[in-house]
Write a protein that binds this ligand. Structure first.
Ligand code: ADP
Length: 537
């Protein structure tokens, strides 16, 4: 090997932080304070000084290199300050999912051994429920107004910062050191932790800004709807800071009414959200003015083609589908239309799960672990590797989740010759009927194209003859009606005949997970407990 002459500069969040605070000192973070209230705005320059103060304050509290500091917060400016101060001082940011069940919340705090937690006072009671069980937490820092009485002794965030002055001597860090951690939402068993390094965050941030992916730049204003505790807000917060995009933080105002008020009043150009949020806006605020948005990145679960078409028609806003996981930082694939589109049908590309991102490698493997061809047909488990893909779970031996250095995603799908992935299911949600697979995702997406259907989730339920058959759970739109016979007729010709569900349940709401996805585990439990009114056709 011939030695390169290049410098070996470590890839750290400190670089990203310094760049944003100086080069883009005039860019802004706008934190929404509720309908009719003036938003709080601060520049990156001002925030950089506050980040210094937070780093000094945490140091004064005894936080040392490698210590975990939790955040239990909405998306807001202070959360971004924690995003920057904690990793840059050499500690580890642990974003806590505020919607976890109490037992799981206590589990992740104890498992990560958080020493300090910064909490938004408005949700302090949620943390207070488990305060007694938190064995490692020494200090709780509260932000803003709220009932913090159940937390014991607390320290006020602003008082803490007021006692410090700008200027902090950030340490030189190893790029491979942990910078942040996030636990999966634990749809089965306890949540598992992923710890991102400085290097992985730096590289993922570069990937997020690329024109091939989210194309973040100084010219953009990014509305960060995806929670900062859900896979780092899909990387938009760090990447946006780095390139000087204005960041709009909506806090708890995520329902259709307030979030469209945020959009109309702050006029962001880019946003990202899970399908359930977009569907909520579409059905409750179809008259909203979303014209400032160039596109919205959508993922976390399959994005129905009908939802993308409705956004085109109703709002004139492009929805771009992306795929990823907490374990993949999270961006792994994004469904932009290829340059040579001989199909003349952009939607046939946009409705795919996503095209593999530069920087990661993806393959599909059969049950024996043998790689399958990229012929758009062969179905196997998706495996991924690359510098922002986790290689292990934090303090949790899980060899079965890895295969020769590749992460086994638990997603099943195919890949075509241009590297577009199509996910048909999560392995644990696949419906196996008479030895053949039925894609619950395909059935759901097709059903959600019916004008009367607002939401549809399909799960496999035991069947004497076929082992498993699909049960379709449907939420109808307001004042809409549809019978199983009508929906079956609608599906006919769009999916294989033997996929057509015999069992139907019309429900008011599909249960959701802590990150807003259909909770199939809960649906299956409702079914097996006899709590669903099922019509058999
Ligand atoms: P959790 O595993 O806790 O639900 P994640 O956000 O890490 O949280 O979930 C990652 C999973 O979400 C993926 O493995 C995949 O099953 C699903 N997913 C993400 N994006 C898409 C997409 N565009 N289409 C289908 N499934 C998706």
């Amino acid at each position: 090997m011939i030695t390169s002459t290049m410098q070996d500069a470590p890839l750290t969040i400190t670089q990203l932080f310094r760049h944003g605070r100086t080069i883009h000192a005039e860019s802004e973070i706008i934190t929404y304070q509720g309908p009719g209230e003036p938003a709080h705005t601060a520049t990156f320059g001002e925030i950089g000084d506050r980040v210094d103060c937070l780093a000094s304050a945490l140091t004064a509290l005894g936080v040392e290199s490698g210590d975990r500091v939790g955040t239990f917060m909405w998306n807001n400016q202070r959360h971004m300050e924690a995003y920057l101060a904690i990793p840059c001082m050499g500690a580890v940011l642990h974003t806590l999912n505020i919607r976890l069940f109490p037992d799981q919340l206590a589990f992740v705090v104890n498992h990560a051994a958080d020493r300090v937690i910064i909490v938004d006072a408005s949700i302090a009671p949620l943390l207070a429920r488990v305060r007694d069980q938190l064995t490692t937490v020494e200090h709780i820092i509260t932000c803003g107004e709220g009932d913090t009485s159940g937390l014991g002794d607390t320290i006020d965030y602003e008082e803490l910062l007021a006692a410090e002055s700008p200027g902090f001597d950030y340490p030189d860090l190893d790029e491979r050191a942990a910078a942040a951690m996030c636990y999966t939402s634990g749809t089965t068993g306890n949540p598992k932790g992923v710890s991102y390094s400085h290097r992985s965050t730096y590289l993922h941030s570069l990937a997020v800004t690329s024109a091939q992916t989210l194309a973040l730049s100084e010219s953009e204003r990014v509305l960060i709807i995806v929670p900062q505790f859900h896979a780092n807000a899909w990387g938009m917060a760090y990447a946006g800071w780095w390139v000087g995009a204005d960041l709009v933080m909506p806090q708890q105002y995520l329902q259709a009414g307030p979030i469209t008020d945020v959009i109309e009043s702050t006029r962001p150009t880019i946003s990202g959200a899970v399908p359930t949020v977009l569907s909520d806006i579409l059905h409750n605020r179809p008259d909203a003015d979303l014209s400032s948005l160039k596109y919205i990145v959508c993922g976390g679960s399959a994005v129905p083609r009908s939802l993308m078409e409705a956004y085109d028609e109703t709002f004139g806003v492009e929805v771009i589908q992306a795929w990823g996981m907490t374990e993949t930082s999270p961006l792994g694939a994004i469904a932009r239309v290829p340059k040579r589109d001989s199909s003349n049908d952009p939607m046939s590309w946009r409705s795919r799960t996503g095209r593999i991102l530069p920087g990661v490698e993806v393959r599909i493997c059969d049950d024996d672990g043998a790689p399958l061809p990229w012929d758009d047909e062969a179905q196997g488990e998706i495996e991924i590797r690359g510098p922002w893909i986790t290689g292990a779970y934090y303090l949790e031996p899980t060899e079965e989740k890895f295969h020769d250095g590749w992460l086994r995603t638990g997603d099943v799908g195919s890949i075509n010759s241009k590297g577009y992935i199509q996910i048909s299911d999560r392995a644990k949600d696949v419906i196996k009927s008479g030895g053949e697979w039925i894609s619950s995702v395909d059935l759901e997406n097709t059903l959600m194209g019916h004008p009367a259907v607002r939401e549809a989730a399909v799960v496999g339920v035991p069947d004497d003859r076929w082992d498993e058959r699909p049960l379709a759970c449907v939420v109808l739109g307001e004042d809409a009606t549809a019978t199983p016979a009508e929906l079956t007729e609608y599906l006919t010709g769009k999916v294989a005949k033997w996929w057509l569900p015999e069992r139907w349940a019309f429900v008011d709401e599909i249960p959701k997970t802590s990150v807003g996805k259909f909770s199939k585990k809960d649906l299956r439990a409702l079914y097996s407990n006899g709590e669903l009114a099922v019509e058999n056709v």
